[in-house]
Unconditional design. Structure first.
Length: 309
């Protein structure tokens, strides 16, 4: 059967499910007992006491679900859910900023887990209108990442695993705080997350917290959100360290690094402290953000590790 015919059949089937759900109205699948919870947006929602079919709508959510040991519940994940490796084998429901409503409905979830920054509100509203509960999280700081882990543990009946994971991460964060406190130096860092245009992270982002907690000054901290910069503006900031995050196009980011190194008026170029790092450790507000924090400390304060075997 040609793929176009299969696609037509799938869309017709999903359209039938959508129509049926619209007639039935909101409500959990039969046989599931429900409880009322409050998500991180302050919304009171009805969710299954024992979820059976969960769709993760963002990569950091997928990571948390795996790390608290409830991957058995996942029937679908967002497109760039690539960690752990097993998550790549699960059905994809579009990118977290452009979700495929039909694919989500076709997976017949009894619970979706969304993230405030990224998931389109209209898609979440439509899912809830079809009777599919959507629990939203909003991790903006390291503390809220830990709380998100604990909340998802309660939501998915994995409180013990989630508590252990959160406590372990908290211990590592405190260890980093103690280590960084040994240095009085706070070099200025420019954190580049976009190439054209050049984009950095402002003061009200989790990256700002990570940069400062790693013992540096965020040179984009006077702005909010994710401000754009010209090359001349970055040069004018005289960064002592430049961090460039890369996903797939490593050759592009290597060219960017080489370009910054050619500007010898920049302290970071003179000392060759221009680094390319995996964005998955630094751009996702999830458990591996602590790995990213440890990585930044080693780049920013190598002197703290000279006596470490």
């Amino acid at each position: 059967m040609r793929s176009s015919h299969i696609d037509i059949i799938r869309r017709t089937w999903v359209a039938g499910i959508l129509a049926a759900l619209c007639l039935i109205g909101p409500g959990l699948p039969s046989g599931l007992r429900a409880k009322t919870v409050t998500d991180q947006l302050g919304r009171s929602i009805r969710v299954p006491e024992t979820p059976r079919r969960v769709v993760s709508l963002a990569p950091n959510i997928t990571e948390i679900v795996y790390l608290i040991g409830r991957q058995d519940l996942l029937v679908g994940v967002s497109r760039f859910s690539d960690y752990p490796e097993a998550a790549q084998e699960l059905p994809k429901v579009g990118s977290y900023v452009q979700l495929d409503l039909e694919r989500i409905v076709a997976l017949q979830p009894d619970l979706c887990i969304a993230i405030k920054d990224g998931n389109p509100k209209e898609t979440v509203d439509r899912l809830e209108g079809l009777g599919i509960p959507v629990y939203a999280v909003n991790p903006q700081r390291l503390a809220s990442v830990l709380e998100t882990i604990r909340e998802l543990g309660r939501l998915l009946n994995a409180e013990d695993h989630a508590g252990e994971l959160a406590s372990h991460l908290e211990t590592r964060i405190h260890r980093i705080d103690r280590l960084v406190s040994q240095s009085q130096e706070r070099p200025g860092i420019f954190f580049q997350i976009g190439v054209a245009p050049i984009v950095s992270a402002g003061s009200n982002t989790f990256l700002h917290e990570i940069i400062e907690r790693a013992g540096a000054r965020n040179l984009a901290g006077d702005a909010g959100g994710y401000p754009q910069f010209s090359r001349e503006q970055v040069i004018g900031l005289s960064p002592e360290v430049i961090i460039i995050t890369s996903m797939a196009r490593k050759e592009v980011f290597q060219t960017v690094r080489d370009d910054w190194l050619s500007w010898k008026s920049i302290p970071a170029a003179r000392s060759r402290r221009v680094y390319i790092q995996d964005s998955n450790f630094l751009d996702r507000p999830g458990p591996r953000l602590v790995d990213g924090l440890e990585l930044l400390v080693k780049l920013i304060h190598p002197e703290l590790f000279r006596d470490v075997p």
